[in-house]
Design a protein around this ligand. Structure first.
Ligand SMILES: Nc1ncnc2c1ncn2[C@@H]1O[C@H](COP(=O)(O)OP(=O)(O)O)[C@@H](O)[C@H]1O
Ligand SMILES: [Mg+2]
Length: 276
């Protein structure tokens, strides 16, 4: 809790604490961006090498399988004994599992690094952007994923331009719709995107007919790395919340009265560079 200032000295102390906190967050951002940058390259070649390794191991397994057929009957027994000795049947299955598991791990790291890069991106151009245009762009980016199984409805009423980093606002909406897609899963369902403007503030809400967010979890889901998904990064909502704060606003999670699932409501007033 920030203590209530009682004198100019106390006011100065509070502002001092805030500026130290902001500096710390800036340093943390730079550090994270640096780490993400460093990890990007090795993860790229680990991923690509694993794909090659998988291809090579398939060739080797086929060759060893064929050798048993092609080998002269006299040597076949000895060959089978050697395979048994090294437990070849186990190794063949385990090799495939190991490579697949490592590939999934590398892909997960790739997702985390990409999300961290988005979270820390500093080079941004600020412009007059139309919120409804951002919603439409986000829906276009996700159109391929939304094509089957999902009914998308929109009620867009935010046509007034506001100061924003357009790519960030589009990213925010993509993250929310992407979560709705994942919450609805194979069964599909309805996603509703609404927007409104009043008194210089813009509201954008993404609702779905999925299972919703357990009220006990609602305080945690915006924390970086919090995820309930086996392959989630837990960064989508942390990024969305950071973007909303950068635009003088916030984001909250509640139940959708209309669709029964989750409702994420964003309120923004314009680019502030994170300073409220
Ligand atoms: N539309 C939604 N419906 C249900 N749960 C959601 C929804 N959106 C987010 N969540 C919950 O919030 C968590 C954090 O989301 P997010 O930060 O995007 O990370 P991730 O999607 O990688 O798990 C999710 O794991 C999920 O439990
Ligand atoms: Mg997500």
């Amino acid at each position: 809790m920030v203590e209530k200032p009682t004198s100019n000295v106390a006011v100065a102390r509070v502002f001092d604490t805030e500026s130290i906190h902001r500096d710390k967050m800036c340093n943390l951002g730079e550090l994270t961006a640096g780490i993400a940058h460093e990890l990007n390259n090795p993860i790229g070649y680990i991923s690509s090498n694993l794909n090659t390794l998988r291809r090579y191991s398939q060739i080797l397994c086929e060759l060893i399988g064929d050798a048993e057929k092609d080998i002269e009957p006299g040597a076949r027994l000895r060959w089978q004994e050697r395979l048994q000795l090294v437990r070849w049947d186990f190794i063949r299955n385990d090799l495939t599992d190991l490579i697949e598991e490592t590939r999934q791990g590398a892909n997960h790291l790739k997702d985390v690094v990409n999300d961290l890069k988005t979270l820390c991106r500093t080079s941004m151009s600020c412009e007059q952007g139309i919120p409804d245009g951002c919603v439409r762009s986000a829906l276009t980016v996700l159109s391929h994923q939304l094509k089957h199984r999902f009914t998308v409805r929109d009620a867009l009423a935010a046509p007034e331009a506001m100061l924003m980093v357009r790519s960030q606002i589009i990213q925010l909406i993509i993250n929310l719709i992407h979560n709705a897609i994942q919450a609805l899963g194979d069964k599909g369902g309805t996603i509703l995107v609404r927007s409104q403007q009043a008194d210089g503030r813009t509201s954008i809400a993404v609702e779905d007919s999925g299972p919703g967010v357990d009220p006990a979890l609602r305080a945690q889901i915006f924390t970086p790395f919090f995820t309930t998904k086996s392959s989630g990064t837990g960064l989508g909502l942390a990024i969305a919340a950071q973007i909303a704060r950068n635009h003088g606003g916030d984001i909250r999670c509640e139940e959708s009265a209309e669709l029964g699932g989750a409702r994420f409501a964003v309120e923004i007033s314009g680019w502030t560079d994170g300073r409220q």
